[in-house]
Design a binder for this molecule. Structure first.
Ligand code: SAH
Ligand code: SF4
Ligand code: F3S
Length: 460
């Protein structure tokens, strides 16, 4: 009882949290913020006001870690001037490097992995007594299902909702299974409740997050058997439907789909509900089947193109984006050309493109030589980027002349006379405000475009 009363009462301490990496990390930071504010800490965005600075880090590529190291070096200087300032590293880099971050670098006071955030208040107490604190235990169960995230993106219109954690796929290039642990799904009830609450407080769009949303499963084991006869079973298509039914004015997005697991069921569910956005992020990584095999992705070029055909057939209006890696171990000219030819075949609306960065402990690091010279990785990346910008521009040009529903997210950064929002296909649309405001759905006639943005006017 006494404890209950103390909940949320200010302890006078302020924390600042910075997020790096994927949407999952941004979503986790909102969980961390919730755990800490419950214990009386308050959030600040001003570095000089913070008693505690937390970096929620990413380990996906070497340059992601480098960014964090630079930031930590900067903060070290700050700690010299302000002896009471504490710095903590959370997330994937914390999990990867564990106490090394404390021992080697002497830059941080606190290291906490992605499954240990409930322990943060205790760990901070330890740190306050002058000790260093670490908890990098991974869990098979933790989904933070009961925690109500403190929303940190201030638009009040769009929110991330985590539906699962971890990843069991073991793509050979990828560090995520090591930093985030085993895959586990969150209960459909808590997901639907979170979405319902968000809609009730004015949110108009949720993005369901998981490393491989297609393998979401509740009450079904990895072999497809029902675990508990008395409980409802849900797969991703079922979950998507439940969330779509929260309200027809709540837009639903999701990320990331995995080509080996994406079913026609999911596509039919998308086609059935107007409020599930016509947009799929379907990372291909490479257009060559031998490279895909070395990457341990679990599909071939043909399989991927068949999934693309299913998308085009079932949801003709669907936009598709992808992730591409150039210069993976052993990638020769011919194999690389297959990536370019696949891109030409699919014509992605959008893509995230990277050159291969070897990560310690991964299958690729143990099995293959990182033998494509950096310069070649980079020149291939440039080729991929140039081709994609043609395709991206073609995509925005195709939309000129159409009238599209846009969810208003806020005032354009370039002009206070304009609002911006996104269409169902996830493209940014800018238009004169008229009397629209954030959170409104408006019909916009697209009149012109740049390679990445649509411009139009509200009609009707
Ligand atoms: N779960 C998602 C990917 C998460 S990581 C999926 O399966 O698609 C986001 C992207 O980072 C990956 O799709 C991949 O393109 C890229 N990436 C991951 N590891 C990488 C590495 N070692 N080097 C370069 N890019 C990498
Ligand atoms: Fe990494 Fe593959 Fe899992 Fe994606 S599916 S997080 S690339 S291991
Ligand atoms: Fe990075 Fe971890 Fe996400 S490695 S991409 S923050 S899951």
């Amino acid at each position: 009882m006494e404890k209950e009363k103390l909940k949320g009462v200010s302890n006078g301490k302020k924390f600042l949290i910075e997020s790096y990496g994927c949407q999952m990390n941004f979503s986790d930071s909102e969980i961390v913020a919730s755990i800490l504010t419950e214990k009386g800490f308050s959030i600040t965005k001003v570095e000089d006001d913070a008693d505690l600075i937390l970096l929620n880090t990413c380990a996906i590529r070497d340059n992601a870690e480098q960014r964090v190291r630079n930031r930590l070096t900067h903060l070290k200087g700050k700690k010299k001037r302000n002896k009471t300032l504490k710095v903590g590293v959370l997330g994937c880099m914390a999990e990867r490097l564990k106490s090394k971050l404390l021992d080697e670098e002497k830059l941080v006071d606190l290291v906490v992995g992605p499954d240990a955030y409930r322990d943060l208040p205790n760990l901070i107490e330890e740190v306050e007594t002058g000790q260093k604190a670490v908890n990098v235990l991974l869990s098979r169960e933790e989904t933070y299902a009961d925690i109500n995230p403190v929303r940190m993106n201030q638009d009040g219109v769009t929110a991330f909702v985590s539906i699962m954690r971890g990843c069991d796929n073991m793509c050979s290039f990828c560090v995520v299974p090591f930093t985030r642990g085993r895959e586990r799904s969150r209960s459909p009830e808590t997901i639907v409740k979170e979405c319902t609450d968000l809609f009730a407080s004015g949110y108009k769009e949720v993005t369901l997050l998981g490393q491989n949303v297609d393998s979401y499963r509740w009450n079904i084991d990895s072999k497809g058997n029902i675990k508990n006869e008395n409980e409802e079973t849900t797969n991703f298509a079922g979950l998507l439907e439940k969330v779509a039914l929260v309200d027809k004015n709540l837009r639903v997005r999701f990320s990331t789909s995995h080509p080996k697991d994406m079913t026609d069921d999911v596509l039919h569910t998308m086609a059935k509900y107007e409020n599930i956005c016509n947009y799929i992020h379907l990372p291909v990584q490479s257009g060559n089947s031998d490279v895909l095999k070395r990457m341990n992705r679990g599909y071939t070029r043909e399989w991927y193109l068949d999934r693309m055909k299913a998308i085009r057939r079932i949801i003709p209006e669907c936009a598709v984006s992808t992730d591409i890696i150039t210069g993976f171990c052993g990638e020769n000219e011919e194999e690389f050309n297959d990536t370019l030819s696949l891109m030409k075949e699919v014509k992605y609306d959008f893509a995230y493109m990277f050159f291969y960065s070897e990560r310690p402990k991964t299958l690729a690091e143990r099995k293959f030589e990182d033998d494509v010279p950096l310069e070649l990785k980079k020149s291939r990346l440039t080729e991929v980027i140039n081709l994609q910008s043609e395709h991206g521009h073609a995509s925005t040009k195709r939309q000129v002349g159409l009238t599209q529903e846009v969810l208003v997210e806020g005032v354009s950064k370039r002009s206070s006379e304009h609002n911006y929002g996104r269409n169902s296909q996830n493209a940014v649309v800018i238009f004169p405000k008229q009397d629209s405001k954030r959170g409104d759905y408006v019909q916009v006639k697209i009149q012109s475009c740049t390679p990445a943005t649509l411009m139009g006017e509200i009609v009707g």
